[in-house]
Structures are given as C-alpha cells and as structure tokens.
Write a protein that binds this ligand. Sequence first.
Ligand SMILES: *Cc1c(COP(=O)(O)O)cnc(C)c1O
Length: 462
Amino acid sequence: MTKRQEACLSDPPFWFRCINQSCQKEFDISRKLYQCPDCSDLLDVVKNYSSIDVPKLKKLFRQRRASNDPLDISGVWRYREFLPFLEEDLIHVVTMGEGNNPVLETPRCAEYVGLKRLRVKHLGWNPTGSFKDYGMTVAVTQAKKLGSRVVACASTGNTAASMAAFCARANLRAVVFIPEGQIAFGKLSQSMDFGALTLQIQGDFDVAMDLVQELSGETDLYLMNSINPFRLEGQQTVMMELFDQLDWKIPDRIVVPGGNLGNSSSYGKALMELKELGFIDKVPRLSIIQASGADPLYRTLLTSSRDLVPVKNAWTLASAIKIGRPISWKKAVRALQFTDGWCDVVSEQEIADAKAVLGRDGIGCEPASATTVAGLKRLMELGQSLDHEVSLDPDEDVVAILTGHQLKDPEYTVNYHLDNLYQHATYENRLMKKSGKLTSTFANEPIVVPPDKDTIISMLDL
Ligand SMILES: *Cc1c(COP(=O)(O)O)cnc(C)c1O
C-alpha cells in the first residue's frame, strides 16, 4: 500500500505531503510531524475539496460576520472550510477573536512611494499585537486535539507572545526560547505576563531555532514555530479575510515583510488554493521585502541558488525579521514563482523613514512592518531606471501587510523622533558605544516649555 493510500484510507480529507518534488510522500494528518520523516524537507497540508460551492461559501462567510458565535467572530475560524479540521474537532478550538483587522487607506504613504492609492491591512491589531495570532489559534487548537501538554517555540518575540497567550487560554505549558538581549521589550513583557517559561538563549535566533527543533524531535515538546504546517494553515486565512473585505476584487500586488518566511509562504499557498478552487481568477503578485542586513532569500534568488544562501549574524533593528536562515524559504520561493513575484531589500534608513510616514497617516507599526512601504518606494525608484526589470506602476492596486503593533517596540520610535536612532549599539550593563546613526528625516521632537499659558499661545500661533 502506498503512503497516499494510507493517508486516504484514514479518511479525514486532509493529509501531510512532502514539498520535495522527488519525494512527495504523504502522511496521516494526526501525526506529530514538522518535516518529512523520509527526506526532512518541509511538509504541506493537502486538502481534498470534492464539493465546494464558491458563491455559497462567499455568502456564508459574509453572513457569519453578523453572528455572535466565537467561531464566526474569529477572522480565522470564520473561514474554517479552508482549515484542516473536521466538524467534531471544533470543540478543541482556542480563539480570542483574532483577525478582523481593517484595510485602511494610507494617502500620505501612497504619495511617499508614488502610488495613486495604497492600502494597508494591519495585522498588528490582533489580540497580542501581531499576525502570529492567525497561525497560533490554529496550531494551539491542533496541540489540544493531539493532547499535547507542553509546547515550545524559538522566537524574536511575537511568536512567543502569541503562543504564550493562546497557551494560557488553553491551559497548556508554554516554553519560549528567545535570543538574549535581542528582543523588543513589549514582546518580552507579554511572554512573562502570559505565564510562559521564558528561556533567554545566549545566542541569536538561528541558534535558538536549532535548539528547539532538536529538542522537539527528541522529546514530547510540540513545536509551534512556522515549520509546523498548522501555523501556516491559520495564516492563510489572512488572504481569505482580505479578499472578503475587498468584496473579492483582487488587488494587483500584495507586499509583505520576510523574516522566517512563514507568512509569505502561507499567502502563496492560500493563493494557489483559492485559484484552484475558483474563488479568484487573478493572482496578485507577491512582493517580499527583507532588511538588507538579513536578506537570505534575496541573496538566494539573486544567485539562482538551489540551496539557501544563509546570512551569518543577520542584522537589522527590525528585530522581527532578524533571521539569517529562514525555515520556510523553499515555500517562499514557490510562492514567488506561483505569483510571479520577487524579493527585494531595503536599508535601515529606508525602514525608519517609511515607518515615520506611516505614522503620519495615523498608523503605527513595528519597524519590520514598515519594510513594506519602504520596499514599494524602492520598487518605484528601481522601475524608473531603464535596465531594471522590476517595476511598479503608479496605477497598481496594492495592499501592504503590516505585521506588528507600534507599541511592541516604542524605544525605536522614540529614538527616531529624538534624532537618536543608531544601527548599532553595544551595551555592557550600560550603553558603551553606538554607530551608524540614522537620519531622522521626519522627526517630530517634543518641545520643552515653561508652564506658562502666554508662551504656549504665542507658540501655537493662536
Ligand atoms: C514574525 C514577524 C515577521 C516575519 O514573518 P515571517 O513569517 O517570519 O516571515 C514580520 N513582522 C513581524 C511584526 C513579525 O512578528
């Protein structure tokens, strides 16, 4: 009996399949797998949709918005027909009303990048302040279903914060591995507040990732990083929700930051499935933006390498994407191929300024999220130089995905506006030296004034 038959006979219409073209082995969905047991490559969740009525489902998704059932309120479980769970599994669902993030016009950003119109979908407005909640509700639900007791992740902060919260809700023990001294304070505070065992690993993210991956192979720990296919299944619903919000008028391009590349991978998979099932006719181009000091995907594409070109000691102030060996890189490449997309890089200066321009639109975000606006500006500028094949048309309908909340990393924002943001700073209990000063082009410094009405009135020109 082939693996495929084994999978199909086990009845649920979902199974794991190895993404390696020369392997493609299939496995039962109820196994605790993260990688192919045969060839160690990544796994996809494959779903067998024999009977899907597209107009009926679109209508149902819309109707659920008027319901008070927690499953319908969730911007993830509202689209549960796309998730690998049976009706009877839904008793395990752990939800906090995640999703439901608005799509917003950003006229100042549009002008800044040279587009006629630019919209953002702000996934930072989730229960724990980042898009990670979309995947975590699904992965923690699967952990419950499997009867796991302890779950773990390596994290630059947001995965840890999200996992800790959902585990607290689900009564699961959570262990987070974070790189010591390299995590934004807002995120660290969340892990602690939500009761996770917080291990500060003396190493960077890539070191922490290796460690937790080995441990989950050798022990009972259930791994919650985005190598876990259930995380990516949940994150796919960002696309379903976005298109539902746009009345299924599909944009030309979607821009997303790239770190461990789970998010871009899951968008690619969502687009493949939506196209195949006939929910969409057109596929938006995916643009993945990395920071120039943490750009392994960019380097890999640029050299047409068959293996990942890793970045040793990846560096960026956008700590959420400070990753040199992204786990899901192959799936991200597949997403770019399917959508005719590409990966680009932006500098620290470009990220800082784009974030400030978003702020002027009344929209706060993490530095990592601002790579999207910075990337669009870069694309527009590159397009004007004749020899460059990438181009961005001012008329394009673009949605930028903002990934994390402004208050995750307020220190960055304050330093920018005080004209005190440095690319590198070394601490030994106190600040020792700093270098690579960034220019605060859009600084908005507070002004010290005496507590005197007349002075203030004359200052305000009232
Ligand atoms: C996790 C994260 C990213 C990177 O997403 P990947 O799926 O790892 O590529 C970007 N921005 C924020 C705010 C994040 O939390």
